[in-house]
Write a protein of this length. Structure first.
Ligand code: GDP
Ligand code: MG
Length: 163
């Protein structure tokens, strides 16, 4: 049995860094459906003995604050509907923002399974943000550093019973 995992969250929290770490060079071939390949990127992920499809949401980077919310909602809903599990990522150095709260609400209503990840969590500068993440109502955050490869054990043990 395999599963798909969508990484969602506001721009700059580290989604693509985690995607790249999970996928390495194994980018999946995606068909050329308009709108789909532009905003959602699929890859074949490996995490220890787990193999799964990972979906990176890439379509929000060039949105202005004005246009972000609507695009975010549409894109997140598409990713959520495609994926078995959503990994909702926040930036632990920044803490929980109003945009994060909007994501959390969409996910609480719509996603089958949500995993919360507090990224950029290497070092003590992230401690306050990790604590804040509990307030999102999505359960215990996984402390991750996508850039440094920390917290992948916890990601693995969280995914294992869902796989
Ligand atoms: P995305 O917009 O959510 O896809 O974010 P990116 O993966 O493009 O990362 C945004 C920035 O955060 C980049 O400069 C990354 O190098 C940085 N970044 C990603 N993960 C980490 C991390 O674990 N720790 C730190 N300190 N920086 C990170
Ligand atoms: Mg990205």
């Amino acid at each position: 049995m395999t599963f798909s995992l969508a990484i969602v969250g506001r721009p700059n929290v580290g989604k693509s860094t985690l995607f790249n770490r999970l996928v390495g060079k194994r980018l999946a071939l995606v068909d050329d459906q308009p709108g789909v390949t532009r905003d959602l990127r699929e890859g074949d992920a490996r995490l220890a003995d787990l193999r799964f499809t990972v979906i990176d949401t890439v379509g929000l980077e060039d949105a202005t604050d004005d246009s972000l919310q609507g695009r975010m909602r549409r894109l997140t809903e598409r990713a959520v509907d495609m994926a078995d599990i959503c990994l909702f990522m926040i930036d632990a150095r920044v803490g929980v923002t109003p945009v994060d709260e909007i994501f959390a609400e969409i996910l609480r209503k719509r996603a089958k399974h949500v995993i919360l990840a507090a990224n950029k969590a290497e070092g003590a500068a992230a401690d306050a943000g990790v604590i804040e993440a509990y307030g999102l109502g999505i359960g215990e955050p996984i402390r991750l550093s996508a850039e440094h490869g920390e917290g992948l054990n916890d990601l693995y043990t969280t995914l294992l019973p869902l796989a």
